[in-house]
Write a protein that binds this ligand. Structure first.
Ligand code: ATP
Length: 283
């Protein structure tokens, strides 16, 4: 019972977000974007310039924990090290009363999760491959900087004007750094979680496999009363894409790098282009 009471008190009072309209230093809060495991994200206006920014506040309940402060400091270090138009830039960090805030550029547009599940967009296999190529190139850019995102999921990709924008670097780690703030090893985690949290390209490649499947499922309508089957049975995929996903998900010998996978993806896209041109010539 005590844990329920404590959780209720924490959520209702301690971690109560700032209200829209509140001014915090040079920023005016417009609305809450979301509450994650360690922070509260707000859309805010930078009053002197009128620019829209994202403020990320460490949850007050985590304020005095080593983890809360460390996570924000690490996210700041990660974002400050990056300079890419499709990734938020760290603009500032400050403390207001006892709360720490990270300020970053706001990337507008719907996430792929919203596009798929709220707007119901349908993407065919060829189009999915085109989306994945652009997302893969962003992930390859991170890997080239020695950074593993570890949270490449559809709610963390904003899609605007035909380009993906990658957000939420709360779990990102530089290769060589510890996978968690409390342990050096992931041995105590279940095997799938070990793979997802590994500070190595394999964890992002695995996430990209699931990402691919989410996009491909947009074109799938289950038949009524049909029992659930595996993705290989439910989706009608070309042999190349099926093979790629099996390798991304480590069901077959995995890729060593995102580049290796992107090369195969390019061969597939080239093959589709040739097929299309051939069909056009025949008509
Ligand atoms: N730079 C940004 N531009 C636009 N929207 C953003 C940006 N950063 C975050 N958001 C939005 O704010 C929400 C919350 O962001 P946050 O990074 O805290 O993600 P989270 O998944 O809720 O947190 P956590 O990773 O701690 O679970 C996101 O779902 C996203 O919609």
């Amino acid at each position: 019972m005590w844990t329920h009471v404590k959780k209720w008190w924490t959520n209702t009072f301690l971690d109560k977000p700032y209200r829209p309209g509140t001014t915090i230093g040079a920023y005016h809060i417009q609305h809450i974007l979301g509450m994650g495991s360690y922070g509260i994200a707000y859309l805010a206006t930078h009053t002197p310039t009128g620019a829209q920014v994202v403020l990320k506040q460490v949850k007050p309940s985590l304020r005095h924990t080593a983890k809360g402060a460390a996570m924000q400091a690490y996210e700041r270090k990660v974002l400050s090290s990056l300079s890419h138009p499709q990734i938020p830039r760290c603009l500032d960090a400050f403390t207001h009363r006892k709360d720490s805030f990270l300020v970053m550029t706001y990337l507008s547009g719907p996430t792929l999760e919203e596009l798929l599940f709220e707007r119901g967009i349908v993407v065919n296999e060829y189009e999915c491959a085109g989306y994945m190529r652009k997302i893969g190139q962003l992930v390859a850019h991170l890997h080239a900087q020695g950074l593993i995102h570890r949270d490449v999921r559809i709610p963390n990709v904003i899609w605007q004007d035909g380009l993906p924008y990658l957000i939420d670097f709360g779990l990102a780690r530089f290769i060589g750094d510890k996978p968690t703030y409390t342990t050096d090893s992931l041995c105590a985690y279940p095997s799938e979680k070990q793979l997802k949290r590994e500070v190595a390209p394999a964890s992002d490649l695995y996430a990209l496999g699931h990402f691919f499947l989410f996009l491909l499922y947009s074109d799938y309508t289950p038949k009524e009363d049909e029992p659930e089957r595996s993705w290989e049975e439910e989706l009608s995929l070309s042999p190349e894409i099926r093979r790629m996903i099996r390798k991304l998900l480590q069901m077959d010998e995995p890729y060593d790098s995102v580049h290796e996978w992107l090369q195969e993806l390019d061969l597939y896209l080239h093959r589709c282009e040739c097929d299309k041109n051939r069909r056009l010539q025949q008509t």
